[in-house]
Design a protein around this ligand. Structure first.
Ligand SMILES: Cc1cc2nc3c(=O)[nH]c(=O)nc-3n(C[C@H](O)[C@H](O)[C@H](O)COP(=O)(O)OP(=O)(O)OC[C@H]3O[C@@H](n4cnc5c(N)ncnc54)[C@H](O)[C@@H]3O)c2cc1C
Length: 369
């Protein structure tokens, strides 16, 4: 039922906003327990970021290890269909009103929707960077390039320069190479690569130059990007004069991090805390993904910038807990929550997750009102 025009059921128990991995798992868990569920997503297809991820995931079997991201999206969408979850696609939630209604905009309609519980799973937005001519055509967010290339099958350019060496800054250039695009270099302001070794090793093997302790200061070109100027940075990240070098390229990909996409949630009046380790301004939430409002739950990148596996587990918890808040606990709901929490604990006990754990402790002890 992925047609925005079809009849929306009355008396909806739970509305999930965002059909990425977090929102889909939330909807599936709540529906499996017996709640009536609607998912709203602004894309034509469900899956969120997974749709553009052509690489195989790693981790454990429970987290789809060895399965490509877009195949995970297909698996979750099939489960949504099988459970008869009502999915509104190409539908943007544009407002949350004082009477707790959502405003939803489709191609030809603006209408309101009310549910007893809401699960916000709106994901994240990419950080941008200010430098001279940063508005020239050819300067992209790395995620946007991934969408153009992997979702729409368009080769986005001939030669790319990537800024940032986190996982996205390593995965996207590798996918560019696979699409026949030359990667001029990856530029990283820190003194070490940010992403996992498994991704950086592939890039190194492909012979892509990596400039550590460097940043971009200018894009060159009249109508579109023709080159970029990079420079070394000092101890305090100041640009070191005289170290500038020009790199020819027709695309500059910015991959310097994500921020939780919280603008819609802010309209609910939920408490928001500033926890840099979790991605910046994040909704306060407890271990059950419940916000400061009794009827609003959150999950995925909106709650904390992490990864798809943790987004899915948080989604399961949010879905089961939203159900329990309406109908009470039962054996199955308790099992879903306990298992997802156990798996989250395992993932978060990895040394890579220390920052997240620290951030979550800060969130628990934060006293912002
Ligand atoms: C470019 C990129 C590459 C990544 N690569 C990997 C990777 O290789 N491995 C990995 O584990 N993780 C990766 N991640 C991270 C992972 O994709 C995210 O952690 C995960 O997708 C978060 O899931 P989510 O459901 O919270 O958000 P998303 O997947 O972003 O889903 C949110 C959905 O909500 C929709 N939405 C937002 N606002 C509204 C609104 N107002 N109305 C209706 N719909 C709305 C969005 O369009 C989107 O479909 C990557 C992320 C990015 C950005």
């Amino acid at each position: 039922m992925t047609d925005a025009q079809c009849q929306i059921p009355n008396n909806i128990d739970i509305c999930v906003i965002g059909g990425g991995p977090a929102g889909l798992e939330a909807a599936i868990a709540a529906r499996q327990l017996g709640a009536s569920v609607v998912i709203v997503d602004d894309n034509p297809r469900l899956g969120g970021q997974l749709i553009k991820q052509t690489h195989k995931f790693f981790g454990s079997k429970a987290h789809y290890c060895g399965v490509r991201g877009f195949n995970i999206a297909e698996i979750l969408t099939a489960a949504v269909d099988k459970l008869n979850i009502h999915a509104l696609t190409s539908a943007t939630v544009v407002g949350y009103y004082d009477n707790d209604d959502l405003g939803i905009l489709t191609e030809d309609r603006l209408f309101s929707l009310k549910a007893k519980r809401y699960i916000f799973a709106t994901g994240a937005s990419e950080h941008m960077l200010a430098f001279e001519n940063a508005d020239l055509p050819g300067v992209y967010g790395a995620g946007a390039v991934q969408t153009i290339m992997n979702e729409y099958g368009v080769v986005p350019g001939k030669k790319a320069l990537v800024i940032g060496s986190g996982n996205i800054g390593l995965i996207v250039p590798y996918q560019l190479l696979q699409a026949g695009v030359e990667v001029a270099a990856i530029v990283e302001i820190l003194d070490k690569v940010g992403g996992y070794y498994v991704h950086s090793a592939k890039i190194k093997r492909a012979g892509v130059p990596l400039f550590l302790k460097h940043t971009i200061i200018e894009a060159k070109g009249s109508d579109c990007v023709e080159a970029a100027v990079i420079t070394k940075v000092g101890e305090n990240f100041e640009c070191l004069l005289g170290t500038e070098q020009t790199i020819e390229c027709d695309m500059i990909l910015i991959a310097i991090g994500l921020s939780p996409l919280g603008e819609l949630l802010y309209q609910t009046g939920c408490r928001i805390d500033y926890i840099p380790e979790l991605g910046g301004h994040v909704p306060y939430h407890d271990d059950n993904m419940l916000t400061s409002k009794f009827h609003i739950f959150v999950c995925g990148d909106l709650a904390c910038i992490e990864e798809a596996s943790t987004a899915m587990l948080e989604g399961k918890i949010a879905g089961a807990k939203a159900y329990e808040s309406l109908y009470g606990e039962n054996k199955k709901s308790k099992e879903i929550v306990a298992q997802a929490k156990e798996e989250l604990n395992i993932i978060r006990s990895s040394p890579f997750e220390e920052r997240i754990l620290f951030g979550r402790t800060k969130l628990k002890t934060s006293t912002t009102k």
